[in-house]
Design a protein around this ligand. Structure first.
Ligand code: ARG
Length: 593
């Protein structure tokens, strides 16, 4: 494992050295090197610097050029342009050298973090006895990608699925089960027994239980009272009540697992630590907040107030930690979870991949934990995501106005993908087509989500998602499969990828090569800012550069053997980079499509 500095970083350093040699006061100044259309790179730093030092930018740039010329193995050409930019062209050999170093490393030259910490990431938190919807899709897909990107850097990542498995609705469900003991029985749903167990069957049983108990709860005052008493039994740890609660949670987990399998996401049982797990620490949380004065009693409820959080009427809106009837809610649980994550799991960073509509909740919870001394300033952050919209631009609903079931969307995506795969596939068996359709369809859904900046809303449009053209995963997967097919043909003819030391690179080869070299700096930025969409944009750029290269530079039919070897090398490195980048987004890259 050897991290490889990018050519951009090397050249930036060369220019910085020349700059401080030309002008000692400029030591430490950043030349601000960027990729450019005019040359390979442009450095703009001389402008601001000359202004600051009251000099002439063109003159300063000229002095830098003098010190760079002839001194350098990387730089082929450098000239002053405009008001005082530097246009820099690197040598073909320098491009091939950096790419060869990347290719020799199984991490493609991407460094590990120098001081990895511990990050606890809270993501994919569906609610027990309820359907998973598009909001859970976003949390799962974004959380999975961020988790992979951080782990790839060497960060110690602890995953937490804070599922909604606690609360007053369980009193209603359990009480109903006690009164109707066969309600969750497998035989009663007509969908087969234990052997034919499926997630869908589990969910339909839960749905039925939910509807039936809700109806009774709303119509029967006495049942309502019994249901409320049942909550007290649950929180008190009564055995019969807890057994039934487990039964409901387990049933839900079967369903979640079926959705995760479809979504091709790995969720480990030990990471599912739901709201219920914090039940025993809630009393302590409340006691500590009250004794420290962070929370105060107001109309019987225990509340935390904030100067800058007011309701529409101008009155302060508190965070309610304990209700006046003694019950605990969502906030108390989140506070207990923070104490556990910082105190026991030793997290340096807490991430919450949760809908932006919960931003106020997290703002208040984080500030409360900070005041209580449980959370260092700035250690927690909500990765707030936007809403998934229907084609009408409104939050995605069925025609009947109901929440769209995530499974239905996934099934439809795979179906659409099958049409696309079938059209293109010539020599695939039905089984292969089904496998590809799943990889293409699910990849399309994930990519559409991850390629949008997470705070933005996006329209769920399957036609666009599975399109072969444009910024889609299918386009990237096809680029990858095309390269694999080239490499297979090359192998059949006994041709191997071999990087050449002194090739004369075509423009499209240079562009592809320089983009390949940016992989590691892209990943570093993505990990630092938690922005998977920048990785998606990089990969789309890579596939586009590859398309340009492929159109302009024949690979197997190139003019001479050295060029064939070098182009195969570029193909192979592109494929590896695409594969690695897509894997970090949780998306498969099949070898054949
Ligand atoms: N279960 C919640 C929902 O479906 C999300 C939980 C988010 N995580 C947390 N620690 N509050 O909206």
């Amino acid at each position: 494992m050897a991290s490889v500095p990018s050519l951009a970083a090397t050249v930036n350093q060369r220019v910085a050295d020349a700059l401080s040699a030309a002008l000692p006061e400029a030591a430490g100044a950043d030349p601000l090197l960027r990729r450019s259309d005019r040359a390979d790179f442009q450095a703009n730093g001389m402008l601001a610097l000359a202004k600051k030092l009251k000099g002439n930018p063109r003159e300063l740039a000229g002095q830098v050029v003098e010190r760079l010329n002839g001194l350098d193995a990387e730089i082929a050409e450098v000239e002053v342009s405009g008001p005082g930019f530097l246009n820099i062209t690197v040598t073909d050999a320098a491009i091939m050298r950096t790419l060869t170093a990347r290719a020799a490393d199984d991490r493609l030259g991407v460094p590990l973090a120098e001081q990895p910490g511990t990050t606890v990431i809270d993501y994919s938190q569906p609610n027990v006895a309820k359907e998973m919807h598009v909001g859970h899709l976003r949390s799962t897909v974004i959380g999975d990608a961020v988790m992979r990107i951080l782990e790839h850097r060497g960060e110690n990542v602890v995953r937490r699925h804070h599922i909604g498995d606690w609360g007053t609705q369980f009193g209603m469900l359990i009480q109903y089960l006690i009164e109707h003991p066969h309600e969750l029985d497998h035989e009663s749903d007509g969908q087969g027994g234990e052997a034919g167990e499926s997630g869908e069957a589990a969910m339909s049983r839960l749905n039925r239980l939910y509807k039936a108990s809700r109806a009774l709860f709303d119509s029967d005052e006495e049942f309502k009272t019994r249901a409320r008493d049942r909550v007290v039994q649950l929180q008190g740890g009564d055995k019969e009540t807890l057994d039934l609660w487990h039964k409901i949670v387990d049933e839900s987990k079967i369903y979640f697992q079926a959705v995760y399998d479809k979504l091709d996401v790995e969720i480990r049982d030990e990471d599912v630590v739901g709201e219920s797990a914090y039940n025993d620490s809630l009393q302590q949380v409340v006691a500590d907040l009250e004794s420290s004065g962070v929370a105060v009693r107001s109309d019987g409820a225990l509340c935390v107030f904030f100067d800058d959080v007011k309701g529409p009427d101008g009155n302060p809106t508190p965070l309610i930690v304990q209700k006046s009837n003694g019950g605990f809610g969502y906030a108390a649980t989140d506070l207990a979870a923070i104490r556990d994550r910082v105190g026991n799991l030793h997290a340096d960073t807490l991430l919450y991949v949760v809908d932006a509509r919960q931003a106020l909740h997290f703002k208040m919870v984080f500030e409360t934990a900070r005041r209580a001394g449980w959370l260092p300033e700035g250690a927690a952050r909500q990765l707030a995501f936007g809403t998934v919209l229907g084609k009408d631009g409104k939050p995605f609903k069925t025609r009947e106005g109901e929440t769209v079931r995530l499974v239905d969307l996934l099934d439809e995506a795979v179906q659409r993908a099958e049409t696309v795969v079938r059209e293109k596939a010539r020599d695939l068996t039905d089984e292969e087509i089904n496998e590809r359709a799943a990889q293409v369809g699910i990849g399309a859904v994930k990519y559409a989500d991850l390629s949008t900046s997470m705070s933005r809303d996006y329209v769920f449009d399957l036609d666009r998602m599975v399109s072969l053209n444009g910024d889609t995963s299918v386009y990237l997967q096809y680029a990858y499969a095309r390269i694999q097919s080239i490499l297979r043909k090359a192998a059949d003819r006994g041709l191997a990828p071999v990087a050449q030391e002194e090739p004369a690179l075509a423009a499209a080869e240079r562009a592809l090569g320089l983009h390949l070299d940016e992989f590691s700096q892209t990943l570093e930025a993505v990990a630092e800012t938690y922005e998977p969409h920048k990785l998606a944009a990089y990969l789309y750029g890579l596939a586009t550069h590859f398309t340009g290269f492929y159109e302009q530079c024949p690979v197997l039919r190139a003019e001479d053997a050295r060029t064939v070897g070098n182009r195969l090398f570029l193909c192979e490195l592109t494929a590896r980079t695409l594969r690695e980048g897509m894997a970090l987004l949780g998306i498969r890259t099949p070898d054949r499509l």
